[in-house]
Design a protein around this ligand. Structure first.
Ligand SMILES: Cc1cc2nc3c(=O)[nH]c(=O)nc-3n(C[C@H](O)[C@H](O)[C@H](O)COP(=O)(O)O)c2cc1C
Length: 204
């Protein structure tokens, strides 16, 4: 049985890993990660998370290219210099293609509650995405438990249709995030956390 202190250490030693060894990740390990991710709590236990797992190098590269085209249009709108744009696109492509496994996390609203009014519709959507994020966090922790590293990347949420079309996934699977996973090349140092007093209010 894991001791509480060990569990805290485990949780505090997870790091976002962005550089990976080229070693492939066995399918059985990926399945274990997804299985554990699906133990996350979800509103009404509807489990609105969906996962698209990509380990084929050509598929990763195709997805990256399609996303890059949209990323580039956004960066041009932001008036970044062509050099800065190329630098960002190159980094993003290298990261995606350098990760042995890419997982796209989607939310599916089709089994969530339906409401006639905008306020509750919006709340239900947030509840579904919160539930999906729980699965994302659990996926990262499961990866950590397996000695893998990973990072949450938000770019798919800025290119939802592009990702859906590139992966040929159902329209109801709305891309929320991307996870780059693999065996870590390095162990980054701790990114500083705000003091707890700054982010809490105790009411006794
Ligand atoms: C919702 C979310 C979106 C994130 N998006 C990105 C991203 O697009 N690119 C990236 O390199 N890291 C991204 N991260 C990782 C954060 O930068 C990282 O968690 C934070 O800097 C703390 O570092 P740590 O995870 O190593 O503790 C994201 C994390 C979360 C939770």
């Amino acid at each position: 049985m894991t001791r509480t202190t060990d569990l805290h250490t485990f949780l505090r030693t997870r790091r976002s890993i962005r550089r990976f060894k080229p070693d492939p990740v066995p399918d059985s390990v990926i399945q274990t990660l997804i299985h554990t991710a699906a133990f996350a709590p979800s509103a009404h236990n509807r489990q609105p998370w969906r996962f698209v797992i990509i380990s084929n190098p050509d598929a990763k590269s195709r997805l990256s290219q399609r996303m890059s085209a949209e990323f580039q249009r956004d960066l041009e709108k932001d008036k970044l210099s062509p050099e800065d744009i190329q630098k960002k696109l190159k980094r993003s492509h290298e990261r995606m293609t350098g990760a042995p496994v890419v997982i796209i996390l989607c939310v599916d609203m089709s089994e969530m509650d339906e409401y006639p009014d905008t306020r509750r519709k919006k709340a239900e959507y947030i509840i579904a995405t919160q539930s999906t994020a729980n699965a994302g966090m659990q996926l990262l922790l499961a990866a950590h438990a397996e000695g893998l590293g990973g990072v949450w990347v938000c770019s798919p949420i800025f290119a939802q249709e592009t990702v859906q079309n590139a992966l040929e996934i159902p329209q109801t699977w709305e891309p929320q995030a991307m996870f780059l996973l693999g065996y870590p090349e390095n162990q980054p140092s701790l990114r500083e956390r705000k003091p707890i007093e700054e982010v809490t209010k105790f009411i006794k």
